[in-house]
Design a protein around this ligand. Structure first.
Ligand SMILES: [Zn+2]
Length: 272
């Protein structure tokens, strides 16, 4: 397992653990919002898988698109169902021991996203850094649940606070619905892709490659935009006299510099 895979794997296991803890604690402790937050973590995991499958498998892999779109639809459906459930369930006062668990999930998620951010910076991986930022934002949903649980403890003093768990469930369900939409739209842009032609800094990447003295020319360069990323595929022509080892070094060097300079560019260079 390489370091990058290890990081992704660790984050994945951490989040799965978190998701299970939230759902079980929510059931036992009678808090709908904690359950929905667990589903939210699960939804974010699915999004992660979809993003990974997009970079790993071919664009024309029908099964991949089927699984991705199916997952997106399930997540969307779960989000909508929980809004319905939260409203139809009415007011139920959760067990207050949940406060400790809820606080634990916040800290755990925060540590996890910090870990992801540090590794992302270390390996200079824009996808990892972006995931860390997203995961950092997702701490918010656990904070909302925590606040709701505190308000619930005060519901014997302030009447309206008894709706806090219901309200938090609805808000977190919206996060889930949003994630479902992102999964579906990521897969659809993967199918249709938005082709980008004349972007100034894409051209500056081209110039940078061309200016390398080992590069004889660029055979083709195709840019697609996927969500926040530009994927640039470039076939370059190298001097025939270069050894294979040196040619690979040149490609590695070019990719390295481009990755460092353009954080939102996923560069793939092939030797034509
Ligand atoms: Zn999320």
């Amino acid at each position: 397992m390489n370091k990058l895979t290890y990081t992704v794997f660790t984050s994945f296991m951490g989040n799965t653990f978190l998701s299970i803890v939230k759902i079980i604690a929510g059931f036992v402790g009678r808090s709908m919002s904690l359950i929905v937050d667990g589903v939210h973590t699960f939804a974010d995991q699915s999004l992660e898988l979809v993003t990974m499958s997009n970079s790993r498998y071919n664009k024309n892999n029908g099964l991949k698109h089927f699984i991705n779109l199916f997952t997106g639809t399930i997540v969307l459906g779960l989000g909508l169902s929980f809004i319905y459930l939260a409203i139809s369930r009415g007011v139920v006062i959760p067990r207050m021991r949940l406060l400790g668990i809820s606080l634990f999930t916040i800290v755990f998620k925060y540590v996890l996203s910090t870990y992801l951010m540090e590794k992302g910076k270390l390996y200079n991986n824009s996808i990892l850094v972006n995931d860390a930022k997203q995961s950092n934002k997702d701490v918010l949903s656990s904070v909302i649940v925590f606040i709701a649980l505190i308000l619930m403890t005060l519901s014997d003093k302030v009447e309206y606070f008894k709706y806090a768990d219901m309200a938090a469930s609805i808000i977190v369900s919206l996060f889930v619905i949003y994630t479902g939409f992102v999964i579906i739209s990521r897969d659809l842009t993967e199918i249709f892709g938005t082709k980008v032609d004349n972007l100034e800094y894409i051209n500056s990447i081209k110039t940078f490659i061309e200016n390398n003295r080992n590069v004889m020319g660029i055979k083709s360069m195709v840019t697609h935009k996927y969500g926040p990323y530009y994927e640039v595929r470039c076939d370059i022509i190298l001097d025939n006299n270069l050894t294979l080892k040196f040619a690979n070094e040149v490609v590695k060097y070019l990719e390295y510099v481009i990755r460092r300079t353009y954080k939102d560019v996923i560069i793939i260079i092939n030797i034509a």
